[in-house]
Design a protein around this ligand. Sequence first.
Ligand SMILES: [Zn+2]
Ligand SMILES: [Zn+2]
Length: 286
Amino acid sequence: MIVPTGIFFYYQQGERLRDFPQALEGILDKDDVLFYDAFYPSKPKSSFDLEPIPRETLHKIHSSEMVKRVEATGDYKGAVYSAAGTVAAAIRIWSGEITNAFIFTGYGDHHAGSNFFGRGCYFNGAAMAVRELREKFSIKRFAIIDTDAHHGDGTWELFENDRDVLYICFCSGRFEEKNSNVNIHVPFRVTDSSYLALAKDAFGRWCKTFQPEIIFWNWGYDGTVGEYGDIALTPKLHFQMARDIKQMAQEMCTGRLVIILCGGSRRELALFLIPRIIEILAEQSV
Ligand SMILES: [Zn+2]
Ligand SMILES: [Zn+2]
């Protein structure tokens, strides 16, 4: 039986996702792709509404004082729907409705901690998804892989004392290991092949022994050439990473994988990268 890929979409004004969801034409027609959206006026055929995240879910991860501060920014709605996609995807994967998912976020995850946020992140969707899966399904072991160019200080803080969540962050910071949090140092200029080798080594050393039951991938493309976090990665690097992480998910946890769009600003790169990454997710074999 083919279990579909889910696309979770928050319709947002702005430059980088201006070509979406129309750039998904051809992908959305497939029987094995389901589209979940919020606020999109003319919905494609196979679609489901995406519900906002309940306040009590926000408060399980973030302080009520921080939630109030996010409300005051004016970006609260987008922040809530961005995290809602990740939580909904995780629950639907665990329910068997979909195998894997791609989350179009307006606002990312990894700079949002228990009582702080910033740099384009408001709420930590992956952290809320972990919490919900624990409570609803008694899932025990989670992996979060972070290949945004910057350090995920929020995710690090939320899980640094939690041995059941493996967090592997690839960034310019020094190597560090604390409980199940690992920071992998990436040089300022790096070739695709050396980045892939770093990732392969890290996955072999930490993921394989950890054996997660579901993998979240905080995927940013801000480390690509010409982006604001440029570390010299080429666009094609992201396709190979998607294949490698999908294969790892298939080997370890029957393919359960949630890709969360994080950093990256350029519209043409989004147009080049995102549809192909979703196609890789939806392929029946790597
Ligand atoms: Zn970043
Ligand atoms: Zn880091």
